[in-house]
Design a protein. Structure first.
Length: 200
């Protein structure tokens, strides 16, 4: 877990199945440069997996960690930091994005989720805070149908990106620089607008 204290707003970044790796450290620096404090919990409680260990990483998360365990950990982190910050935002990638979506019922101020494909299993969630959801092309389910369901939520904005799962990761084979940059601009604007609304 890594954090720095200097801002009134905290960004909690939730990693993919691989753990805290080059991808997550990259976005740590991005959000620090945008003026936010950043905290990265190690939900795996071990060293990161390599990209070549994708299946091993997936099985480890699903069998040893699971979504509910990670959700409870994130809830505890939010609770422990709530009094120190005026705003707490959660940003997640892939499995971390689904955990972020689950966390939207907690006492947080904004959620950004990148290609959280498992959100399709928990569409009944009603976010208590503004949520920005990005979905990529997926082979395992109908993204358009999921987006239609999620757009009925009062506080959810859904974007479908014409790119592959993992397109936000500069170190991964499916990285799409142009779409990544567009999504980052949208993401930064999203949080900055939330900050402005609250006079931060």
């Amino acid at each position: 877990m890594k954090t720095e204290y200097s801002s009134k707003s905290l960004v909690i970044i939730l990693h993919e199945i691989y753990g805290i790796n080059d991808h997550i450290q990259f976005y740590h620096d991005v959000w620090i440069n945008e003026g936010f404090d950043v905290l990265i919990p190690n939900l795996l409680h071990r060293e990161s997996f390599t990209y070549a260990e994708e299946e091993k990483a997936y099985q480890y998360f699903m069998n040893e960690i699971e979504f509910n365990t990670s959700l409870q950990e994130v809830k505890e982190i939010v609770k422990n930091n709530r009094d120190m910050y005026e705003q707490i935002y959660i940003i997640g990638f892939s499995i971390g994005a689904t955990i972020a979506w689950l966390s939207s019922e907690c006492e947080v101020d904004g959620i950004i989720a990148y290609y959280g494909s498992r959100i399709r299993n928990v569409v009944e969630i009603e976010p208590n805070c503004p949520t920005l959801l990005f979905f990529s092309n997926e082979k395992s389910f109908d993204v358009q149908d999921l987006a239609m369901q999620l757009r009925t939520k009062e506080k959810s904005v859904v974007e479908i990106i014409d790119a592959e799962h993992g397109f936000m990761n500069p170190f991964y084979k499916t990285y799409n620089a142009s779409e990544c940059h567009k999504c980052m601009e949208t993401s930064i604007d999203f949080l900055k607008q939330l900050e402005e609304r609250r006079g931060i």
